[in-house]
Design a protein around this ligand. Structure first.
Ligand code: SF4
Length: 394
């Protein structure tokens, strides 16, 4: 488990404990907050009150929690605080998308994106500073990996965005700004599982954000053992970054495929569906000109998934960035690819690009990450070895 992921009383997120001598209550799901309150000699219902103040009302000061006994309000600051990562910048797109850059310390910053739509508000949340998976078409992957985020840093993105938007949009009391969360920002969430799990539980908790399991999506590049763990612990909607119809190509685009090839990945998806809140897996497929976008590759994709795993395919126009050496597939080629899938009875969507003008579109999130794995340097020397491949299989 990640160091920053510990959330039980007595084993707090070490960064905050070390820096401030107190724990960050954003690190706690409700069970952990209950344990924290019990250590202070308080009844479990106090944890519910505090949890609601923090997540439903956006409180960051115990003095605001007027239904707590004054003695508790006065003693809580000695033991805990409520601190989201500071916002370094906010950028608004012409299409209404908003991107925030959060400072997570040590020279690292991560990004979150709010995408308003007619029927919902979606927040795309980051789980790591950088990413070790190093997908070829991904700006985050090109930066290398710095560290896992703590639960507080993951939940803090939602906490800040929800309450900031409620204020800035002047929403009526009780109306949510965000009712859909996708773990599709920077990082591979299933490689930060220890911190992810309490964050997901807080999102789903009726005393927290009260999101439905269908409206929280974990997107993974295919960390098979952790797909099984997620099924067992907290089965939310699952999206899988597929991007290729065969192992040879996927090995190049998503190097994690060498560890967990397509056969194993699809088996894990089928198993996941037994507990999933939706009756399909979403396969993300980034359309790369001349790489994975030929009609024959669409037919290979049909042969791969049809009759094997219930799925929806989401075709994503590639968002080019300078170092990738890749190009976006022409619109007609994307349409032809979609047509092959649809003719075969596979529900297929083409993602509308949002936030292009502020580099907030899919795969463009880069933050500012100190590349402690020196991925970029090793790539330029042609000697890249994936950090993730060194990890033991769970
Ligand atoms: S696509 Fe996701 S898993 Fe792949 S490098 Fe980017 S952030 Fe990491």
């Amino acid at each position: 488990m990640d160091r920053g992921a510990q959330s039980a009383w007595g084993d707090p997120a070490p960064t905050d404990a070390a820096r401030f001598g107190v724990v960050n209550l954003l690190d706690f799901d409700r069970d952990a907050l209950t344990a924290f309150c019990e250590r202070l000699g308080e009844k479990p219902f106090r944890a519910v009150q505090v949890f609601r103040w923090i997540h439903q009302r956006g409180a960051d000061d115990f003095a605001q929690m007027t239904d707590l006994a004054r003695s508790l309000r006065e003693s809580l600051p000695q033991h805990g605080h409520i601190v989201a990562p500071p916002v370094l910048s906010e950028q608004g797109s012409a299409d209404g998308t908003t991107k925030w850059l959060f400072d997570v310390g040590g020279g690292d910053a991560v990004e979150s994106v709010f995408i308003p739509e007619a029927d919902r508000g979606t927040l795309c949340v980051s789980s790591q500073a950088g990413c070790a998976v190093n997908c070829r078409f991904c700006s985050t992957g090109h930066q290398g990996f710095s560290r896992n985020l703590s639960t507080a840093e993951i939940v803090g993105q939602l906490w800040f965005a929800e309450h900031h938007l409620r204020r800035s949009l002047d929403l009526p009391a009780g109306q949510r700004a965000i009712d859909n969360v996708v773990m599709m920002g920077m990082g591979e969430p299933l490689q930060n599982y220890g911190a992810l799990l309490p964050a997901l539980r807080t999102m789903l908790d009726d005393h927290g954000y009260g999101l439905s399991r269908r409206r929280v999506t974990v997107s993974t590049s295919g960390v098979v053992p952790m797909i099984h763990r997620l099924r067992q612990d907290c089965p939310v909607a699952l999206a899988v970054s597929l991007h290729a119809p065969d192992d040879a190509l996927r090995d190049q685009l998503v190097p994690l495929n060498k560890k967990y090839p397509l056969g194993e990945l699809l088996d894990a998806c089928v198993h996941y569906l037994g507990a999933a809140p939706r009756d399909f897996i979403t396969f993300e497929y980034c359309m790369l000109d001349g790489v994975n976008d030929a009609p024959e590759q669409a037919r290979a994709l049909v042969r791969l998934v049809r009759g094997r795993v219930a799925c929806k395919v989401n075709l994503i126009p590639f968002n080019p960035f300078p170092q990738s050496g890749l190009k976006r597939s022409p619109r007609e080629r994307v349409a032809a690819f979609a047509d092959v899938l649809q003719q075969a009875g596979i529900v297929t969507t083409i993602r509308r690009t949002r936030g292009d003008d502020i580099a907030a579109a899919c795969g463009q999130l880069a933050g500012e990450v100190q590349d402690r794995t020196r991925v970029a340097e090793r790539r330029s020397r042609g000697t890249i070895v994936l950090a993730v491949e060194k990890g033991a299989r769970a």
